[in-house]
Structure formats: C-alpha cells, structure tokens
Design a protein around this ligand. Sequence first.
Ligand SMILES: Cc1ncc(COP(=O)(O)O)c(C=O)c1O
Length: 463
Amino acid sequence: MYDAPAPATEAELRALEADYCSWGDTVHYLDHPKFFDTCEGSYMYDAEGRAFLDLQMWYSAVNFGYRNPRLNAVAHRQLDRLPQVASQYLHREKVELAATIARDIEAKFGSKGRVHFNVGGAQAVEDSLKIVRNASGGKSLMFAFEGGYHGRTLGASAITSSYRYRRRYGHFGDRAQFIEFPYHFRGPPGMTKEEYGEHCVAKFARLFETEYNGVLDTKTGQAEFAAFYIEPIQGTGGYVIPPPNFFIGIKKVLDQHGILLVVDEIQMGMYRTGKLWSIEHFGVQPDVLVFGKALTNGLNPLSGLWAREELINPTVFPPGSTHSTFNANPMGTAVALETLRMCGELDYGRSVAEKGAYFLEGLKALQARWPQIGDVDGLGLALRCEICEADGYTPNKTLLDRMEEEAMKGDLEAGGRRMGLILDVGGYHKNVITLAPSLEITFEEIDQALELLDALLRRCVAA
Ligand SMILES: Cc1ncc(COP(=O)(O)O)c(C=O)c1O
C-alpha cells in the first residue's frame, strides 16, 4: 500500500484525484482545475514554468504576496525554534499578538477587549456565535445580510445567505434573518447610493416598529435576536461597497434594541481596503470583530476574534469554551505578529489607496471600451468588475465562466509575454470578477492585469 510508485504524470494524478479525493472540500468551478507548481509575488507558475498573474491571491489570504521574504523568514525561524506547543501552555508570540490586536482596536474604537484564536475563518465565526449567544442569555437568532458569506461549518452556514450550502444538511440551529444590503448597481432605479442605504436602514428599522413584525417584544423591549453579522464590504457577494452612511444607520437601530454588532473582517481585513480593518471606513464600533485569512499571509492557518471585555472576560467565557488543538499554534502566531509589525512599518494605507485608485481608473477605461462591463467599483485593492450582456446590465455568467476558463489556459498576451490570469468569480448572479490582487502589486503589474483583461474580453466576447 505505502510502496506504490509515485504518480509520474499529471494524467495519473488526475485519475487518482478523481478516485480518492473528496470534492466536498473544494469548489471545482472548472472541469479540470489546474495544478500549480511554484509561486512568487503576484504570480503562480505551472510545471512548465508558465506564469499566471493572480488577481485573487487565494481569496485574499495572501495579501502580502506569495512567498513574502520577510514573513517566510519568520516561519523558517519559528520552525527551527518552537514550532509546536500545546495550547494549555503559553508562548510569547500568542500573547504579543493578542495584545497588539487588542491595543489597536482599543485605540481605534475605544473599547478594551480580548483576543481569542482558532484556525479557520468559519471556526472563528463559530466561536463568535458562542460568545454572542452566551452574552445574550442564550438567544440563538441572528441577523445577517442577503449576499453575506461567513463560512461553511454548520453554524457559519446558518448565517450565510446561500441556501445551497445548507440544502443537504438540515439545520444546526436557526438560520439568520437575512436583511437587504444596499447593492446599488442592482437596487431600485432612481435612488442615489446614499438614498438606497437610507432606504435599507429604514426597512430594517421598520421591523422594530410593532411586535407584529416579529422581532421585538414591545412590552418588555426585548429583541429576539442576539447579533447582526456583517461584512463591511461583501466578499463572496461580489465586493459590494455600501454608502458611508449605511452602517451608522444600522448600528443606531441595533443599539436601541441591545443587539450586538459582529464584524466579519475575514476577507476584507488586513489592509485589503487600505485600512487594517475595513469597518474603519464606516464610522461604527464593533462589539465583536472576526479575522483570519491574510493575518498569516496564508502561511499557516490562524483565525480569531476580538470581543469587548464584558463579552469575553474569563468569568463569562471561561477556559475550554471553544478549545481546539491547533488554535493558537506558534507557527501561525509568529507569522501573524510579524505581519502586523510589517503593517506598522510600511505605509499600506497610502500605497493601497494609490494602487487601488490607479487600478480602478484602468477598469473604468476598460468599461468605456466594453459595454459588457456593467459596473466597476473599488475601495483600496478590493475591486469589482461586473460582466453583463451588451446592454451593460443583464448578468452574463456564461461570458464570465468562459473568461475564467480561457484565462487558465495561460496563452494570453501582455507586453509581448504569454501568460495566464487567475480570476475569482463572485456576486449574487456569479457574474462579478472580484479582484483581490497582492497589496505588493506594482503599477506595471496593474497595467499587465488590465491588458490581460482586455485580451480576455477580445477573445471571449468574439467567441
Ligand atoms: C467574509 C468571510 N467570512 C468567513 C469566511 C470563511 O473563512 P474560511 O474559508 O477560512 O473558513 C470567508 C471565506 O472566504 C469570508 O470571506
């Protein structure tokens, strides 16, 4: 069994994958997902050495570039010093990392809190569910957004909008009540972005007007809901950016009714939008903030949450509440600590804003040439490009599927070089390119990305 010869060809590997790999833990958007061999900076390379410019960076887990030398060096050092330690003991990186995050949040939002670790985004969301259920005296109902995504464990999929992720598995508990998000491009005609934001807030506030709307006991003032889970900018939902007034309005309603605000920064945190936490753009304070992905630049699974002291102090949330073997693993905490130190030294706030504005200008120029690009938008280096029919509005998933497939062939031309392009597809109609390039991307690479997108549209629209 263990002495079977190693598969020699890609065809042999594909045959083994078809026979022995579960497909349930992946997403197989394409019939033949590509094998990659190496990576560096903004590029992945296949076994033939063909370069693929990556515009999604492992779903925004590798914000600081593949094999970032500074972060990789710390991983190597930690591997040679203290790579393993059971979580009933302590190591300095865990403590320093928790203190760094808690102090940053206290300075920005004014509340003392504590940090709690786990290994994946969905697991940290699960932990946050325990915290808000506990703090609310066991209430299990949550609000979340239409188009929201919080992961695929049982609890996280209950507050994720897509029924598709729940359909086969029954309910773990209560699915969230999903609230309209101001997705302006597909919102009611004739409203400005701000007006649509206000409209959505008013619709939400209306739920609390009488007990007959089903969320509030007006006699006691008790809401049936523990928390509202938000992504400040919708990730899987298609990088939808709400107007600046929106969350201020939502938070006012939540505060009136004692409902906690849980901010999911798993995809949009770590400077993706030009700030460490994307909620910093929107003028509200989280009660709980959940993070993951790029905290370690995708090097070692580490996720976690910050919560206000009242919600998480050891009296109310004692040892063992969510323990998991690998939770504050030293490889992850060491790299995460270095990531935050690096963010403190380098001015990502400025560079991400500049690069994002340059990329968005380029996308607007592409949009002017291609009627199939219905909408482009961006905040920092979280950018969206919505692919439509030639009317510029009707979602065209077929065209985007074709683009994604062609981009993976690796034979597009940019600046006299042949290469591929790695795209991620998201959005309510699966017709949005959600662009999450490396925050270290150069202006030349942004030009290359725009040239490759243009070449891709030329090839696929013509077809
Ligand atoms: C906003 C958000 N929350 C939660 C998750 C789940 O994280 P993970 O895939 O690490 O479980 C994701 C993953 O894409 C995400 O984008």
